[in-house]
Design a protein around this ligand. Structure first.
Ligand code: GDP
Ligand code: IMO
Ligand code: MG
Length: 427
Protein backbone atom coordinates (compact mmCIF):
# COMPACT_ATOMS: atom_id res chain seq x y z
CA UNK A 1 0.00 0.00 0.00
CA UNK A 2 2.55 2.60 -1.02
CA UNK A 3 0.75 5.90 -1.76
CA UNK A 4 -1.51 7.80 0.63
CA UNK A 5 -3.11 11.20 0.28
CA UNK A 6 -3.82 13.21 3.42
CA UNK A 7 -6.01 16.25 2.94
CA UNK A 8 -8.33 18.71 4.65
CA UNK A 9 -12.00 17.74 4.58
CA UNK A 10 -13.37 21.18 5.56
CA UNK A 11 -12.06 24.77 5.09
CA UNK A 12 -8.46 24.14 6.13
CA UNK A 13 -6.73 24.07 9.54
CA UNK A 14 -8.17 20.65 10.36
CA UNK A 15 -4.86 19.42 11.83
CA UNK A 16 -3.10 18.15 8.69
CA UNK A 17 0.32 19.08 10.06
CA UNK A 18 -0.14 16.96 13.15
CA UNK A 19 -1.53 14.01 11.17
CA UNK A 20 1.32 14.12 8.63
CA UNK A 21 3.90 14.38 11.36
CA UNK A 22 2.37 11.38 13.11
CA UNK A 23 2.86 9.25 9.99
CA UNK A 24 6.16 10.90 9.01
CA UNK A 25 8.27 8.38 10.92
CA UNK A 26 6.78 5.47 8.96
CA UNK A 27 6.82 6.88 5.43
CA UNK A 28 9.71 7.37 3.01
CA UNK A 29 8.53 10.56 1.29
CA UNK A 30 6.15 13.38 2.26
CA UNK A 31 5.07 15.50 -0.71
CA UNK A 32 3.30 18.87 -0.85
CA UNK A 33 1.34 18.90 -4.13
CA UNK A 34 -0.44 22.28 -4.25
CA UNK A 35 -0.76 25.63 -2.56
CA UNK A 36 2.19 27.50 -1.12
CA UNK A 37 2.97 29.50 1.96
CA UNK A 38 -0.71 30.36 2.40
CA UNK A 39 -0.77 27.14 4.45
CA UNK A 40 0.03 27.10 8.14
CA UNK A 41 0.62 23.62 9.53
CA UNK A 42 1.32 23.28 13.24
CA UNK A 43 3.34 20.37 14.52
CA UNK A 44 3.94 19.81 18.22
CA UNK A 45 6.81 17.46 19.09
CA UNK A 46 7.35 17.14 22.85
CA UNK A 47 7.71 20.70 24.14
CA UNK A 48 8.65 22.03 20.69
CA UNK A 49 6.10 23.72 18.43
CA UNK A 50 6.75 24.23 14.72
CA UNK A 51 4.71 26.31 12.26
CA UNK A 52 5.35 25.18 8.69
CA UNK A 53 4.02 27.10 5.70
CA UNK A 54 5.69 25.85 2.57
CA UNK A 55 7.70 22.84 3.67
CA UNK A 56 6.00 19.44 3.99
CA UNK A 57 5.40 18.47 7.63
CA UNK A 58 7.49 15.33 7.06
CA UNK A 59 10.60 17.52 7.23
CA UNK A 60 10.58 16.99 10.99
CA UNK A 61 11.04 13.21 10.63
CA UNK A 62 14.71 12.44 9.88
CA UNK A 63 13.88 9.15 8.10
CA UNK A 64 11.66 10.85 5.59
CA UNK A 65 12.48 12.74 2.36
CA UNK A 66 10.40 15.92 2.04
CA UNK A 67 9.34 16.90 -1.48
CA UNK A 68 7.83 20.08 -2.93
CA UNK A 69 6.00 18.96 -6.05
CA UNK A 70 5.41 20.68 -9.39
CA UNK A 71 1.91 21.78 -8.34
CA UNK A 72 3.17 23.98 -5.50
CA UNK A 73 3.87 27.71 -5.84
CA UNK A 74 7.14 28.66 -4.17
CA UNK A 75 8.20 31.99 -2.72
CA UNK A 76 12.01 31.57 -2.67
CA UNK A 77 12.53 34.02 0.19
CA UNK A 78 10.01 32.12 2.33
CA UNK A 79 11.58 28.80 1.38
CA UNK A 80 15.05 29.95 2.46
CA UNK A 81 13.91 31.57 5.68
CA UNK A 82 11.81 28.54 6.65
CA UNK A 83 14.80 26.28 6.01
CA UNK A 84 17.19 28.44 8.00
CA UNK A 85 14.66 28.75 10.84
CA UNK A 86 14.52 24.95 11.09
CA UNK A 87 18.31 24.61 10.79
CA UNK A 88 18.73 26.99 13.72
CA UNK A 89 16.52 24.67 15.76
CA UNK A 90 18.68 21.66 14.83
CA UNK A 91 16.42 20.18 12.12
CA UNK A 92 18.33 18.66 9.20
CA UNK A 93 16.69 19.86 5.99
CA UNK A 94 19.33 18.67 3.52
CA UNK A 95 17.13 15.92 2.05
CA UNK A 96 14.54 18.34 0.69
CA UNK A 97 13.68 17.95 -3.01
CA UNK A 98 12.12 20.80 -4.98
CA UNK A 99 10.51 20.31 -8.38
CA UNK A 100 12.18 22.32 -11.14
CA UNK A 101 8.69 22.70 -12.62
CA UNK A 102 7.16 24.36 -9.54
CA UNK A 103 6.14 27.95 -10.17
CA UNK A 104 7.77 30.87 -8.39
CA UNK A 105 5.77 33.44 -6.42
CA UNK A 106 7.45 36.64 -7.64
CA UNK A 107 7.37 39.94 -5.72
CA UNK A 108 4.92 41.34 -8.30
CA UNK A 109 2.52 38.44 -7.69
CA UNK A 110 2.44 39.39 -4.01
CA UNK A 111 1.79 43.02 -4.94
CA UNK A 112 -1.02 42.06 -7.33
CA UNK A 113 -2.65 39.85 -4.65
CA UNK A 114 -2.73 42.72 -2.16
CA UNK A 115 -3.93 45.40 -4.60
CA UNK A 116 -6.62 43.18 -6.07
CA UNK A 117 -8.03 42.49 -2.62
CA UNK A 118 -8.01 46.17 -1.79
CA UNK A 119 -9.77 46.93 -5.06
CA UNK A 120 -12.47 44.31 -4.38
CA UNK A 121 -13.38 46.17 -1.19
CA UNK A 122 -16.21 44.45 0.66
CA UNK A 123 -16.32 41.73 -2.01
CA UNK A 124 -12.78 40.65 -1.15
CA UNK A 125 -11.88 36.97 -0.67
CA UNK A 126 -9.80 37.58 2.43
CA UNK A 127 -6.70 35.96 0.91
CA UNK A 128 -3.55 35.41 2.90
CA UNK A 129 -1.85 38.08 0.75
CA UNK A 130 0.98 35.72 -0.17
CA UNK A 131 0.59 36.03 -3.96
CA UNK A 132 -0.99 32.60 -4.39
CA UNK A 133 -3.87 33.48 -6.76
CA UNK A 134 -1.86 35.74 -9.12
CA UNK A 135 0.93 33.13 -9.35
CA UNK A 136 -1.51 30.37 -10.35
CA UNK A 137 -3.15 32.85 -12.75
CA UNK A 138 0.23 33.44 -14.42
CA UNK A 139 0.75 29.69 -14.61
CA UNK A 140 -2.57 29.18 -16.39
CA UNK A 141 -1.96 32.25 -18.58
CA UNK A 142 1.41 30.73 -19.52
CA UNK A 143 3.42 33.69 -18.29
CA UNK A 144 4.60 32.03 -15.06
CA UNK A 145 8.20 31.78 -13.85
CA UNK A 146 9.36 28.31 -12.86
CA UNK A 147 12.15 27.22 -10.51
CA UNK A 148 14.20 25.98 -13.50
CA UNK A 149 14.09 29.50 -15.05
CA UNK A 150 16.39 30.74 -12.28
CA UNK A 151 19.21 28.88 -14.00
CA UNK A 152 19.03 30.66 -17.37
CA UNK A 153 19.35 34.41 -16.99
CA UNK A 154 18.35 35.19 -20.55
CA UNK A 155 15.16 33.11 -20.41
CA UNK A 156 14.34 34.46 -16.95
CA UNK A 157 14.66 38.05 -18.18
CA UNK A 158 12.43 37.39 -21.19
CA UNK A 159 9.80 35.71 -19.06
CA UNK A 160 9.76 38.43 -16.40
CA UNK A 161 9.46 40.99 -19.20
CA UNK A 162 6.50 39.14 -20.70
CA UNK A 163 4.80 38.85 -17.33
CA UNK A 164 5.34 42.48 -16.38
CA UNK A 165 4.30 43.91 -19.72
CA UNK A 166 0.60 43.58 -19.03
CA UNK A 167 0.88 43.82 -15.26
CA UNK A 168 2.63 47.17 -15.28
CA UNK A 169 -0.17 48.57 -17.44
CA UNK A 170 -2.71 47.34 -14.90
CA UNK A 171 -0.70 48.44 -11.88
CA UNK A 172 -0.10 51.96 -13.17
CA UNK A 173 -3.31 52.67 -15.06
CA UNK A 174 -5.89 50.80 -13.01
CA UNK A 175 -4.46 50.62 -9.51
CA UNK A 176 -2.48 53.83 -9.57
CA UNK A 177 0.71 52.10 -8.45
CA UNK A 178 4.29 52.47 -9.60
CA UNK A 179 5.53 50.19 -12.41
CA UNK A 180 7.82 47.33 -11.36
CA UNK A 181 11.25 47.23 -13.02
CA UNK A 182 12.19 44.01 -14.83
CA UNK A 183 15.86 44.14 -13.87
CA UNK A 184 15.05 44.55 -10.19
CA UNK A 185 12.91 41.41 -10.18
CA UNK A 186 15.43 39.43 -12.20
CA UNK A 187 18.23 40.47 -9.85
CA UNK A 188 16.25 39.47 -6.78
CA UNK A 189 15.31 36.08 -8.23
CA UNK A 190 18.87 35.34 -9.39
CA UNK A 191 20.02 36.11 -5.87
CA UNK A 192 18.14 33.00 -4.64
CA UNK A 193 19.28 30.67 -7.42
CA UNK A 194 22.51 29.31 -5.93
CA UNK A 195 21.04 28.72 -2.47
CA UNK A 196 18.10 26.79 -3.88
CA UNK A 197 20.01 24.78 -6.48
CA UNK A 198 21.05 21.86 -4.24
CA UNK A 199 17.39 20.98 -3.68
CA UNK A 200 16.17 21.17 -7.29
CA UNK A 201 15.31 17.79 -8.77
CA UNK A 202 13.12 15.91 -11.24
CA UNK A 203 10.68 15.04 -8.48
CA UNK A 204 8.23 13.27 -10.81
CA UNK A 205 10.90 10.76 -11.74
CA UNK A 206 12.08 10.38 -8.14
CA UNK A 207 8.56 9.75 -6.82
CA UNK A 208 7.58 7.29 -9.54
CA UNK A 209 10.80 5.33 -9.04
CA UNK A 210 10.17 5.33 -5.30
CA UNK A 211 6.67 3.92 -5.85
CA UNK A 212 8.06 1.24 -8.16
CA UNK A 213 10.47 0.30 -5.37
CA UNK A 214 7.50 -0.06 -3.01
CA UNK A 215 8.48 2.93 -0.92
CA UNK A 216 5.74 4.61 1.08
CA UNK A 217 4.79 8.05 -0.22
CA UNK A 218 2.46 10.42 1.62
CA UNK A 219 0.93 13.35 -0.25
CA UNK A 220 0.13 16.18 2.15
CA UNK A 221 -2.55 18.65 1.05
CA UNK A 222 -2.62 22.31 1.94
CA UNK A 223 -5.94 24.08 2.65
CA UNK A 224 -9.10 21.94 2.45
CA UNK A 225 -11.80 20.47 0.21
CA UNK A 226 -14.16 23.47 0.52
CA UNK A 227 -11.32 25.81 -0.49
CA UNK A 228 -10.70 23.85 -3.71
CA UNK A 229 -10.89 26.00 -6.86
CA UNK A 230 -13.20 23.46 -8.58
CA UNK A 231 -15.05 21.83 -5.70
CA UNK A 232 -15.05 24.49 -3.01
CA UNK A 233 -17.26 27.46 -2.22
CA UNK A 234 -16.14 29.41 -5.31
CA UNK A 235 -15.19 32.26 -5.49
CA UNK A 236 -14.30 32.13 -1.77
CA UNK A 237 -11.59 29.55 -2.34
CA UNK A 238 -7.87 29.25 -2.90
CA UNK A 239 -6.47 28.97 -6.43
CA UNK A 240 -5.43 25.31 -6.50
CA UNK A 241 -6.82 21.78 -6.06
CA UNK A 242 -6.35 20.52 -2.50
CA UNK A 243 -8.76 17.65 -3.32
CA UNK A 244 -7.35 14.18 -3.97
CA UNK A 245 -7.00 14.55 -7.75
CA UNK A 246 -4.63 17.46 -7.11
CA UNK A 247 -2.11 14.99 -5.69
CA UNK A 248 -1.86 13.30 -9.11
CA UNK A 249 -1.41 16.47 -11.16
CA UNK A 250 0.60 18.28 -8.50
CA UNK A 251 3.14 15.49 -8.11
CA UNK A 252 3.03 13.69 -11.46
CA UNK A 253 1.75 10.39 -10.11
CA UNK A 254 -1.03 8.38 -11.75
CA UNK A 255 -4.34 7.79 -9.91
CA UNK A 256 -3.81 4.02 -10.06
CA UNK A 257 -0.92 4.47 -7.61
CA UNK A 258 -3.03 6.03 -4.84
CA UNK A 259 -4.24 3.42 -2.40
CA UNK A 260 -5.69 5.44 0.44
CA UNK A 261 -7.15 8.91 0.86
CA UNK A 262 -7.39 10.21 4.42
CA UNK A 263 -9.61 13.21 5.16
CA UNK A 264 -8.64 15.28 8.18
CA UNK A 265 -11.83 16.38 9.89
CA UNK A 266 -12.20 18.69 12.86
CA UNK A 267 -14.83 17.65 15.42
CA UNK A 268 -16.39 21.10 14.80
CA UNK A 269 -15.86 23.57 11.93
CA UNK A 270 -13.65 26.62 11.34
CA UNK A 271 -13.00 28.95 8.44
CA UNK A 272 -10.62 31.87 7.83
CA UNK A 273 -11.40 34.62 5.31
CA UNK A 274 -14.69 35.43 3.62
CA UNK A 275 -17.42 33.15 2.23
CA UNK A 276 -20.50 31.18 3.29
CA UNK A 277 -20.37 29.00 6.41
CA UNK A 278 -23.78 27.56 7.38
CA UNK A 279 -22.96 26.41 10.92
CA UNK A 280 -21.03 29.55 11.90
CA UNK A 281 -21.70 30.73 15.47
CA UNK A 282 -21.82 34.35 16.56
CA UNK A 283 -22.56 33.62 20.21
CA UNK A 284 -20.74 32.46 23.35
CA UNK A 285 -20.40 28.92 21.99
CA UNK A 286 -18.47 30.23 18.98
CA UNK A 287 -16.29 32.29 21.29
CA UNK A 288 -15.70 29.25 23.51
CA UNK A 289 -14.68 27.03 20.56
CA UNK A 290 -12.25 29.74 19.45
CA UNK A 291 -10.78 30.11 22.93
CA UNK A 292 -10.56 26.42 23.88
CA UNK A 293 -9.44 25.33 20.38
CA UNK A 294 -6.91 28.21 20.06
CA UNK A 295 -8.52 29.01 16.71
CA UNK A 296 -6.23 31.69 15.41
CA UNK A 297 -4.63 31.55 11.94
CA UNK A 298 -1.04 30.24 11.87
CA UNK A 299 -0.21 32.27 8.74
CA UNK A 300 -2.07 35.55 9.15
CA UNK A 301 -2.88 35.63 12.88
CA UNK A 302 -6.56 36.25 12.07
CA UNK A 303 -9.22 34.83 14.40
CA UNK A 304 -10.85 31.80 12.82
CA UNK A 305 -14.61 31.78 12.39
CA UNK A 306 -16.03 28.86 14.41
CA UNK A 307 -19.14 26.70 14.22
CA UNK A 308 -20.60 23.25 14.91
CA UNK A 309 -19.77 20.11 12.97
CA UNK A 310 -21.36 19.96 9.53
CA UNK A 311 -22.06 16.42 8.29
CA UNK A 312 -23.24 17.66 4.88
CA UNK A 313 -19.74 18.95 4.24
CA UNK A 314 -18.11 15.78 5.54
CA UNK A 315 -20.24 13.65 3.18
CA UNK A 316 -19.31 15.95 0.31
CA UNK A 317 -15.60 15.60 1.16
CA UNK A 318 -15.98 11.82 1.16
CA UNK A 319 -17.55 11.96 -2.28
CA UNK A 320 -15.25 14.37 -4.14
CA UNK A 321 -12.07 12.88 -2.69
CA UNK A 322 -13.03 9.21 -2.61
CA UNK A 323 -12.04 9.17 1.07
CA UNK A 324 -11.15 5.80 2.54
CA UNK A 325 -10.69 7.11 6.11
CA UNK A 326 -11.17 10.07 8.37
CA UNK A 327 -8.80 11.37 11.02
CA UNK A 328 -11.06 13.20 13.46
CA UNK A 329 -9.16 15.96 15.28
CA UNK A 330 -9.74 18.18 18.31
CA UNK A 331 -12.39 16.01 19.95
CA UNK A 332 -10.95 17.19 23.30
CA UNK A 333 -12.06 20.77 22.52
CA UNK A 334 -15.72 19.70 22.77
CA UNK A 335 -15.35 18.48 26.38
CA UNK A 336 -17.68 20.34 28.72
CA UNK A 337 -20.76 20.96 26.58
CA UNK A 338 -23.92 19.36 27.94
CA UNK A 339 -25.29 18.88 24.46
CA UNK A 340 -23.50 19.27 21.14
CA UNK A 341 -25.45 20.29 18.03
CA UNK A 342 -24.44 18.57 14.79
CA UNK A 343 -25.66 19.78 11.41
CA UNK A 344 -27.21 16.78 9.61
CA UNK A 345 -28.86 18.57 6.66
CA UNK A 346 -29.70 22.08 5.42
CA UNK A 347 -32.93 23.89 5.06
CA UNK A 348 -32.84 25.89 1.83
CA UNK A 349 -35.80 28.13 1.05
CA UNK A 350 -38.11 25.95 3.16
CA UNK A 351 -36.87 22.58 1.79
CA UNK A 352 -34.75 20.00 3.58
CA UNK A 353 -31.60 19.22 1.59
CA UNK A 354 -29.27 16.34 2.50
CA UNK A 355 -26.39 17.04 0.12
CA UNK A 356 -24.25 20.10 -0.56
CA UNK A 357 -26.01 22.18 -3.24
CA UNK A 358 -23.93 22.97 -6.33
CA UNK A 359 -25.61 26.37 -6.61
CA UNK A 360 -23.83 29.23 -4.87
CA UNK A 361 -27.14 31.01 -4.27
CA UNK A 362 -28.61 27.94 -2.56
CA UNK A 363 -25.52 27.49 -0.40
CA UNK A 364 -25.72 31.13 0.71
CA UNK A 365 -29.34 30.44 1.79
CA UNK A 366 -28.55 27.16 3.58
CA UNK A 367 -29.63 27.04 7.22
CA UNK A 368 -28.32 24.19 9.36
CA UNK A 369 -30.74 21.48 10.56
CA UNK A 370 -29.31 20.37 13.90
CA UNK A 371 -29.50 17.11 15.80
CA UNK A 372 -28.51 17.37 19.48
CA UNK A 373 -26.00 14.81 20.75
CA UNK A 374 -25.27 14.35 24.47
CA UNK A 375 -21.94 15.83 25.58
CA UNK A 376 -19.35 14.71 28.17
CA UNK A 377 -17.42 16.43 30.92
CA UNK A 378 -14.55 13.99 31.56
CA UNK A 379 -11.00 15.00 30.46
CA UNK A 380 -10.26 12.87 27.39
CA UNK A 381 -6.77 14.17 26.63
CA UNK A 382 -5.10 11.08 28.14
CA UNK A 383 -7.27 8.56 26.29
CA UNK A 384 -5.17 6.04 24.36
CA UNK A 385 -7.89 3.73 23.05
CA UNK A 386 -11.46 4.20 21.88
CA UNK A 387 -12.62 2.33 24.99
CA UNK A 388 -10.92 4.98 27.19
CA UNK A 389 -13.39 7.60 25.89
CA UNK A 390 -16.54 8.28 27.90
CA UNK A 391 -19.66 6.67 26.40
CA UNK A 392 -21.06 9.97 25.08
CA UNK A 393 -17.79 10.83 23.34
CA UNK A 394 -17.76 7.36 21.76
CA UNK A 395 -21.33 7.88 20.59
CA UNK A 396 -20.45 11.33 19.18
CA UNK A 397 -17.64 9.77 17.12
CA UNK A 398 -19.86 6.90 15.96
CA UNK A 399 -22.62 9.31 14.95
CA UNK A 400 -20.18 11.46 12.96
CA UNK A 401 -18.78 8.37 11.27
CA UNK A 402 -22.23 7.19 10.24
CA UNK A 403 -23.21 10.61 8.85
CA UNK A 404 -19.90 11.26 7.07
CA UNK A 405 -19.58 8.14 4.92
CA UNK A 406 -16.10 6.82 5.76
CA UNK A 407 -14.58 5.12 8.81
CA UNK A 408 -12.95 7.31 11.46
CA UNK A 409 -9.58 5.60 11.78
CA UNK A 410 -7.89 7.97 14.24
CA UNK A 411 -8.99 10.54 16.79
CA UNK A 412 -7.00 13.53 18.03
CA UNK A 413 -7.39 14.33 21.72
CA UNK A 414 -4.63 16.94 21.96
CA UNK A 415 -2.07 18.73 19.77
CA UNK A 416 0.89 16.44 20.58
CA UNK A 417 2.07 13.54 18.43
CA UNK A 418 1.05 10.97 21.02
CA UNK A 419 -2.30 12.55 21.85
CA UNK A 420 -3.96 10.35 19.27
CA UNK A 421 -6.24 7.32 19.44
CA UNK A 422 -5.46 4.95 16.58
CA UNK A 423 -8.39 2.78 15.55
CA UNK A 424 -7.33 1.41 12.15
CA UNK A 425 -3.70 1.56 11.09
CA UNK A 426 -3.03 3.82 8.08
CA UNK A 427 -0.10 1.77 6.80
P1 GDP B 1 -3.45 22.42 9.47
O1 GDP B 1 -3.34 23.68 8.71
O2 GDP B 1 -4.51 21.51 8.95
O3 GDP B 1 -2.14 21.70 9.64
O4 GDP B 1 -3.94 22.84 10.94
P2 GDP B 1 -3.38 24.08 11.83
O5 GDP B 1 -2.04 23.72 12.33
O6 GDP B 1 -3.55 25.34 11.09
O7 GDP B 1 -4.46 24.11 12.98
C1 GDP B 1 -4.72 23.00 13.78
C2 GDP B 1 -4.40 23.35 15.24
O8 GDP B 1 -4.97 22.36 16.07
C3 GDP B 1 -2.93 23.36 15.57
O9 GDP B 1 -2.70 24.34 16.54
C4 GDP B 1 -2.67 21.97 16.13
O10 GDP B 1 -1.57 21.93 17.03
C5 GDP B 1 -3.95 21.71 16.84
N1 GDP B 1 -4.38 20.31 16.92
C6 GDP B 1 -4.28 19.34 15.98
N2 GDP B 1 -4.92 18.22 16.40
C7 GDP B 1 -5.42 18.50 17.63
C8 GDP B 1 -6.20 17.76 18.57
O11 GDP B 1 -6.58 16.61 18.35
N3 GDP B 1 -6.54 18.41 19.73
C9 GDP B 1 -6.16 19.70 20.00
N4 GDP B 1 -6.55 20.25 21.14
N5 GDP B 1 -5.42 20.41 19.13
C10 GDP B 1 -5.07 19.82 17.96
P1 IMO C 1 -3.94 25.31 5.78
O1 IMO C 1 -3.04 24.48 4.88
C1 IMO C 1 -7.30 28.05 6.11
C2 IMO C 1 -7.98 30.74 2.71
C3 IMO C 1 -7.77 32.23 2.95
C4 IMO C 1 -8.80 32.80 1.99
C5 IMO C 1 -8.74 31.83 0.81
C6 IMO C 1 -7.88 32.33 -0.34
O2 IMO C 1 -3.25 25.85 6.98
O3 IMO C 1 -5.19 24.57 6.06
P2 IMO C 1 -5.24 32.46 -0.70
O4 IMO C 1 -4.20 33.27 0.02
O5 IMO C 1 -5.01 31.01 -0.69
O6 IMO C 1 -5.50 32.99 -2.08
O7 IMO C 1 -6.61 32.76 0.13
O8 IMO C 1 -8.21 30.62 1.32
N1 IMO C 1 -6.83 29.88 3.06
C7 IMO C 1 -6.77 29.10 4.15
N2 IMO C 1 -7.65 28.96 5.17
N3 IMO C 1 -6.17 27.30 6.07
C8 IMO C 1 -5.30 27.42 5.04
O9 IMO C 1 -4.25 26.62 4.89
C9 IMO C 1 -5.56 28.38 4.04
N4 IMO C 1 -4.92 28.77 2.92
C10 IMO C 1 -5.71 29.69 2.32
O10 IMO C 1 -8.01 32.58 4.29
O11 IMO C 1 -10.08 32.69 2.56
MG1 MG D 1 -3.42 25.72 8.98
Amino acid sequence: MPALVLLGAQWGDEGKGKATDLLGGSVDYVVRYQGGNNAGHTVVVGDQKYALHLLPSGILSPECTPVIGNGVVVDPSVLLSELSGLNERGVDTSKLLLSGNAHIITPYNVTVDKVTERFLGKRKIGTTGRGIGPTYADKINRVGIRVQDLYDESILTQKVEAALDAKNQILTKLYNRRAIAVNQVVEELLGYAAQIEPYVADTVLVLNQALEDNKVVLFEGGQGTLLDIDHGTYPFVTSSNPTAGGACTGAGVGPTKISRVIGILKAYTTRVGAGPFPTELFDEDGEALRRIGHERGVTTGRDRRCGWFDAVIARYATRVNGLTDFFLTKLDVLTGWEEIPVCVAYEIDGKRVEELPYSQTDFHHAKPVYEMLPGWSEDISKAKTFADLPKNAQDYVKALEEMSGAPISAIGVGPGRDETIEINSFL
